[in-house]
Design a binder for this molecule. Structure first.
Ligand code: GDP
Ligand code: MG
Length: 598
């Protein structure tokens, strides 16, 4: 194939600015979709994604386009995930492209996610050009938004296409701009093979499917390949491209984008970012940028009905097949029984997995509070990685605890800056910078402990900004912090499912909150129940659930023994759904209610 007629590009946009709608229009205009498929957003595969309006899996679609110059071009549209949790996948998808189409909602303007992805694209030397979408909206202000793009991002927006993906306006102009502005790929089709895996997933019939961009060399069906990071070798069974329907091809050469199927059984062997080369003519070094993606957020997942344990494990195994960044291992809790400790890329990833387990597998779940990974240096000088409060050693064995920090960029209209600053301070943030992007838009940059973000930062941010603030973050480093384990005790017994790792300064407040919630949910018993929050032996908050005044059996005047027995039996039934914590019986609902309170 003539490389000068190939254009590899992706669409960069803040969530809801119209990336998927535009992608569908491009497919439709170039004749890639049938009428039935035009229904809605073909590129968003999963129903869940469609509902949430986010794209989780990157995809590549090959479009044929006859341009106004009369020549035929191959346009490879590489779709990127739209959320900060998946930023490594985004960076690899961008690495597969020469150009980026920046879609900005003409009624909303530039947002934090737009900026983060634009900078990623510019860092990778992509040719980025803006398109203003939603010009059909009465609130659209293309002239003002163009200025904003020039001012904030520094891109020339003077000849930006004004489009409406919904109404089909400006689509032809966008296709022409792609041909004119995106550089054709470079590369040497005769050099040793170097192909970048920018997405991979598990298909139950074909095994792992890899989406690749060939940078150098030529790959043919039947050849032996070697994956440089995983160190494994395979034979190529199928090569092809999605148009969006899969179409097989005999070979693929430098500059091209497509899929490879090579009988790979587990996703972990074909990771995003790995370089594929020939087994017998190996590239001397892999493409830059491979990273092992590690979970950032952990939580316990328990079946509400303990009989569902095996089904839950099966369901999680199925999900893990298709998600190399989701991890789990068995864990048990006195309060919640048998369950799993799970690792996620971020909070959204966590919510997606939970929702899929509940919806696709009909699981009823209870989730413990999310936590991050701490590094604990013991007094013996050993380093432990701790992803759950219950794994934290006793205080006397701890020399210091390090916690992960992130760099957060909050993009917010002027009016709400005060609220955002107060929130960041409350969350132990360290201010880096406040940038006035325009007279009305501010970028607030803070260093923040990830642990504070995973609790309720995002929801609070939306509240203090009436929904206008947007957040983007990246991992910074690990720092020593004064962290402690906060235990909740019921009549002196620790309720493990409620233990938390918190900053000492916050421990009393969180302790009080938890204790008062517990008090609300624990029914009165025959005797007084003390609920305490403690750090080690030191109680920081407490509440009492007063005893019931009367013994239920007192009503029976000590005479009618059968009646008394019946009453006791009734009580026993009620006890089945109770959890024994020390000498106190707690209804399972109490835990559920507390853990579900956000
Ligand atoms: P994405 O999150 O960037 O993929 O955005 P979507 O393509 O899912 O679009 C988000 C919402 O904006 C959907 O409700 C679309 O119907 C709507 N939308 C997309 N493009 C346009 C447009 O040009 N005009 C109007 N009025 N709405 C649009
Ligand atoms: Mg989308």
């Amino acid at each position: 194939m003539d490389r000068s007629r190939i254009r590899n590009f992706s669409i960069i946009a803040h969530i809801d600015h119209g990336k998927s709608t535009l992608a569908d229009r491009l497919l439709e205009t170039t004749g890639a979709l049938t009428d039935r498929e035009k229904t809605n957003q073909f590129l968003d595969k999963l129903d869940l994604e469609r509902e949430r309006g986010i794209t989780i899996k990157a995809q590549a679609v090959r479009l044929k386009y006859r341009a106004d110059d009369g020549k035929d071009y191959i346009l490879n549209l590489i779709d990127t995930p739209g959320h900060v949790d998946f930023s490594y996948e985004v960076s690899r998808s961008l690495a597969a492209c020469e150009g980026g189409l920046l879609v900005v909602d003409a009624s909303q303007g530039v947002e934090a996610q737009t900026l983060a992805n634009v900078y990623l694209a510019i860092d990778q030397n992509l040719e980025v050009f803006p398109v203003l979408n939603k010009i059909d909206l009465p609130g659209a202000e293309p002239a003002r938004i163009k200025e904003e793009i020039e001012e904030i991002i520094g891109l020339d927006a003077s000849d930006a296409v004004e489009a409406s993906a919904k109404e089909g306006i400006g689509i032809h102009e966008i296709l022409e701009a792609i041909v004119a502005k995106v550089p054709a790929p470079a590369g040497d089709a005769d050099a040793p093979l170097k192909a970048l895996i920018f997405d991979s997933w598990y298909d139950s019939y074909q095994g792992v499917i890899m989406l690749v961009r060939i940078f150098d060399g030529t790959l043919k069906k039947g050849e032996k390949i070697h994956l440089m990071a995983s160190g494994r070798s395979y034979e190529v069974l199928k090569i092809g491209a999605f148009t969006p329907h899969p179409v097989e091809m005999p070979e693929m050469a430098a500059g091209e984008v497509g899929f490879i199927i090579a009988g790979i059984k587990v996703l972990q062997d074909a990771k995003v970012g790995d370089t594929i080369t020939h087994l017998n003519r190996c590239a001397d070094k892999p493409l830059a940028g491979f990273q092992e993606v590690k979970p950032m957020v952990y939580s316990g997942l328990y079946p509400i009905d303990s009989g569902d344990y095996d089904a839950l494990r099966d369901a999680m195994e199925k999900l893990r097949l298709n998600d190399a960044s989701f991890s789990f291992e068995p864990e048990n809790s006195l309060a919640l029984g048998f369950g799993f400790r799970c690792g996620f890329l971020g909070l959204l990833h966590m919510e997606i997995i939970q929702e899929r387990l509940e919806r696709e597998f009909n699981m009823e779940l209870i989730t413990t509070a999310p936590t991050v990974r701490y590094r604990v240096i013991t007094t013996k000088g050993e380093e432990l990685v701790v992803d759950s409060a219950n794994k934290l050693p006793d205080v006397q064995y701890i020399d210091r605890i390090l916690e992960p920090f992130i760099l957060a960029s909050v993009h917010v209209p002027n009016d709400y800056v005060g609220g955002v600053l107060a929130l960041c301070e409350e969350k132990r943030g360290i201010q880096r910078e406040i940038k006035y992007l325009t007279s009305n838009r501010v970028m607030v940059i803070y260093e923040l402990p990830l642990n504070e973000i995973v609790l309720d930062f995002y929801d609070r941010l939306k509240t203090v900004s009436r929904g206008y603030a947007s957040l983007d973050y990246e991992f910074l480093d690990y720092r020593p912090s004064d962290l402690v384990r906060l235990n909740i005790m019921v009549n002196g017994e620790v309720v493990d499912a409620l233990s938390l790792i918190v900053h000492r300064d916050k421990s009393q407040l969180r302790g009080r909150e938890l204790v008062s919630k517990m008090k609300e949910f624990i029914p009165r018993q025959q005797y007084e129940v003390a609920v305490q929050a403690a750090i080690g032996n030191k109680v920081v908050a407490r509440a009492n659930v007063k005893a019931l005044r009367k013994d239920v059996t007192a009503k029976c005047y000590g005479g009618d023994i059968t009646r008394k027995r019946k009453l006791l039996e009734k009580q026993k039934e009620g006890k089945k759904r109770m959890k024994q914590v020390g000498n106190v019986e707690l209804p399972q609902e109490a835990f559920l209610a507390i853990l579900k309170v956000k």
